[in-house]
Design a protein around this ligand. Structure first.
Ligand code: MG
Length: 387
């Protein structure tokens, strides 16, 4: 029986994780849950999975949750960054599922690693903003970081039993999002509703917009470079609109191994939960005969400047990826609120990066400080771009 701490339990990854848990109740126990503001769903999850420790974003949400949770369930209800850290390091946890959205996931994830608890990592911002710090701490504590992101899970699966020095290049696949074939001139008129309609995956709003700008792939390129310890020029991207091949690994002999599957997040989640074992999962089998055709193409960096910015940030290194990530979080939120246009998202990120003097990564406090600076700077740009 594996005891899970699930950070971000009401988000898309969190809900899929709990659906895997519900499908295999003999395999898992939930010791803690952390979420943001969705107290109604969290209350249902508490009733179903009976965690001992629960945390939400702020005091007001904690008060709402207390009203919804009968005392008989005996859940300790906490809030804020300290609450998230307490949930991440809850007594008895064997595995932390780190699936909060954005840089807020950084602190609790680092706390889990510091406490020696293995992490199933879905929060890509942790490795983007503080990659070398997290990896160094994980090495010191001997803590495994198992990727949940479908692309990184695919690579992780493809390199099992392989030698790191035999890897020539990693290839991440990207669906290209809903605007892959649009004329660049039309992108200025894209609405939030259009950008939220992902062709293949059902995900939360932040990552869906990131997929439409391909900033998601930019974050994933940085994440892959950090996680697998390869320079960023050894991480390539193919547009693969069918989202069946989740990523590929090219070896020095020219052989390429790929992992395929239906676009269903339960697969990489379940693999991370029970690695190296595999759990049987309900779901239709992958019917390649019916799919018929898998296609691949080079990404268009003009149409998707976000991807180019990702490579630039990774090449610069240090604090620059944290700046890219923070500016993007602010820009995406502003776009969803209708405050800026779609092409303004990479513009805000580029201008924030241009204003930043990067430094080598030193500490969590430094990363959090850079994160705050970049958020403030990007917010200022958003205000000034309003017309
Ligand atoms: Mg992904």
């Amino acid at each position: 029986m594996k005891r899970l701490a699930i950070l971000g339990s009401t988000g898309s990854i969190g809900q899929n994780t709990l659906s895997v848990v519900a499908e295999h109740p003999q395999e898992f126990m939930v010791v803690s849950l952390a979420a943001g503001q969705n107290t109604a769903l969290l209350a249902e999850q508490i009733e179903q999975f009976r965690p001992r420790v629960v945390s939400v974003q702020d005091e007001a949400a904690a008060a709402r949750l207390k009203e919804l949770t009968p005392p008989s369930l005996a859940a300790e209800i906490l809030f804020g960054p300290e609450g998230a850290v307490a949930a991440a390091t809850a007594p008895g946890a064997d595995l932390v599922v780190s699936a909060m959205v954005g840089a807020v996931g950084l602190e609790p994830t680092l706390a889990a690693v510091d406490a020696g608890i293995p992490v199933a990592l879905a929060n890509k911002e942790t490795l983007v903003a503080a990659g070398s710090l997290v990896m160094a701490l994980a090495r010191t504590r001997g803590v495994p970081l198992i990727p949940v992101d479908s692309e990184h899970s695919a690579i992780f699966q493809a390199i099992q039993g392989q030698r790191r020095e035999d890897i020539r290049k990693l290839w991440l696949t990207a669906s290209g999002g809903p605007f892959r074939t649009w004329e660049p001139a039309r992108l200025g008129e894209v609405t939030a509703a259009e950008a939220l309609r992902h062709p293949n995956w059902s995900m939360g709003p932040k990552i869906t917009i990131d997929s439409a700008t391909m900033m998601n792939k930019a974050l994933e390129v940085i994440e892959a470079s950090v996680l697998f310890g390869l320079p960023v020029d050894k991480v390539g991207v193919y547009i693969h609109p069918q989202s069946i091949v989740h990523s590929l690994v090219e070896f020095v002999d020219g052989s390429v191994l790929a992992q395929l599957g239906a676009p269903d997040m339960r697969l990489p989640i379940a693999y991370a939960l029970t690695y190296p074992r595999r759990l049987p999962l309900n779901g239709p089998p992958l019917d390649l005969g019916r799919i018929g055709r898998l296609t691949f193409e080079e990404p268009d960096m003009e149409r998707f400047p976000g991807l180019r910015l990702g490579y630039e940030a990774a090449c610069t290194g240090g604090t620059m990826p944290a700046v890219l990530n923070a500016a993007n979080e602010v820009a995406v939120a502003a776009f969803l609120e209708g405050r800026i246009k779609f092409p303004d998202i990479p513009r805000v990120v580029a201008e924030t990066m241009a204003a930043h003097a990067p430094r080598p990564l030193e500490s969590l406090e430094q990363v959090l400080g850079v994160n705050r600076w970049a958020r403030d700077f990007a917010a200022e740009l958003v205000t000034n771009q309003r017309r």
